[in-house]
Design a protein around this ligand. Structure first.
Ligand code: PLP
Length: 403
């Protein structure tokens, strides 16, 4: 099939719910991906925050190949060696006390489990989420997601999930009632524009939850696995939640969701009250073991801290040069560049010049590169963004010149 045929088939037969970029990607290695014509791109999307080890990490590839010949599927109704190995590796790196996990297949599923867990453990219905939050698009997760363009067509959603203004712990205190089970939040809001909370905020929220006897649940689907310079985003502020949602990178690129909780919280779920067919499949767990090994051996969290600082300082350099940039935000290799205008033009122009970047809302360019990105690659990305931002500014200036 050629490029055009592939695009036509996907457009014709897939639900039209993805905003597609005009490129057919067929190969990846480390931070690089290639399209069907052999053109190379620096991937600052990591497939939406999945390929944190880089694409096709050799350890993950070898683990998947070996496990595929051994046993691919095995329902959690039976024990399995790879699942046990994965769970053990996982709870060895999760923050202290979070050592009982439910395995699923996606970020949204990890949030679904957290919502059920909050209601089951506390016997209360209400969940407090933040304005600007993104937690996924299944009905429960969607109910906690903020953007009304995602929510409104599907009303009524799960009841008793309400949103409060972020970055102000008092708003959470005011919202808590005697029906509140949990506060659910991303430590850094990703889709909401890469918003890093003010220092002290998460700690204050933790204290309020303790005082009011309410669970604190962090959605770390985007902020974990070293992305922010620590293994888990919450460790930047030394705050440990009662429940944590994980997903994207934890199986080296294969689909996974993980809800990890304190033992007494997770144990409130009784036999049969939650499950899914693919929970902890051997193939995914084998990939997950290799992924956690690579993360630790290659010290990728430290690398993200160092390279993230460099990347951010270079972006700030662009801000000094291009008026179109309003703000540069982020932590580690989770970076956002807020523009004064819509970002689509920048994203498409960067693609044309061999750099893949994401959006986060209408005006934020989001950079989520693999944690293995090299300094020379960061320099290339900066050079491309420099050119592209200059072109955008020129176009805007010429379109506003009176005839
Ligand atoms: C913080 C957060 N939670 C949940 C999700 C949903 O994950 P998934 O798309 O795997 O369902 C995402 C996806 O981007 C996310 O960023």
């Amino acid at each position: 099939m050629n490029e055009k045929e592939i695009m036509n088939i996907e457009s014709r037969y897939m639900a039209n719910v993805f905003s597609k970029k005009p490129v057919v990607l067929t190969k990846g290695k480390g931070t690089l991906v290639w399209d069907i014509n052999g053109k190379e791109y620096i991937d600052c999307t990591s497939s939406y925050g999945v390929a944190l080890l880089g694409h096709c990490h050799p350890k993950v590839v070898a683990a998947v190949q070996a496990q595929a010949e051994q046993l691919i599927s095995c329902h959690s109704g039976f024990y399995n060696d790879k699942r046990a190995e994965f769970i053990q590796k996982l709870v060895q790196i999760t923050p202290k006390g979070l050592d009982k996990a439910f395995l699923s297949n996606s970020g949204a599923e990890s949030v679904e489990c957290a919502i059920k867990l909050a209601r089951k453990y506390t016997g209360k219905p209400e969940i407090i989420a933040l304005m600007g939050a993104f937690h996924g698009k299944t009905m429960g997760a969607l109910s906690a997601t903020w953007d009304k363009k995602y929510r409104e067509p599907f009303m009524p959603l799960v009841p008793e999930i309400k949103h409060v203004a972020p970055d102000n712990a008092e708003k959470i205190r005011e919202a808590i009632t005697d029906k509140t089970a949990a506060v659910l939040m991303e430590p850094i809001r990703g889709e909401g524009g890469v918003r890093v909370p003010p220092d002290g905020y998460l700690k204050e929220v933790r204290e309020i939850c303790d005082e009011k006897n309410v669970l604190l649940m962090f959605d770390e689907v985007q902020t974990s696995f070293g992305r922010t310079g620590k293994l888990f985003g919450c460790q930047n502020w030394n705050v440990t939640p009662d429940v944590m949602c994980l997903a994207k990178p934890f199986a080296g690129g294969l689909p996974i969701g993980i809800t990890v909780a304190k033992e007494n919280v997770m144990s409130s779920l009784k036999l049969g009250e939650h499950s899914t067919t693919f929970s902890g499949s051997p193939l995914v767990c084998a990939a997950g073991c290799a992924a956690i090994d690579a993360l630790l051996e290659e010290k990728l969290a430290d690398k993200a801290a160092v390279n993230g600082k460099y990347f951010k300082s270079q972006l700030e350099g662009l801000q000094a040069k291009h008026k179109i940039i309003k703000e540069v935000r982020g932590l580690g290799l989770m970076l956002g560049v807020e523009l004064r205008y819509d970002v689509l033009g920048v994203i498409l122009k960067a693609l044309g010049k061999g750099v893949l970047v994401l959006d986060a809302g209408r005006t934020v360019v989001r950079l989520l590169p693999p944690l293995v990105i090299e300094k020379t690659q960061i320099d290339k990305v900066i050079a491309v963004l420099d050119t592209v931002l200059g072109e955008e500014e020129n176009e805007r200036a010429s379109s506003t010149v009176p005839n």
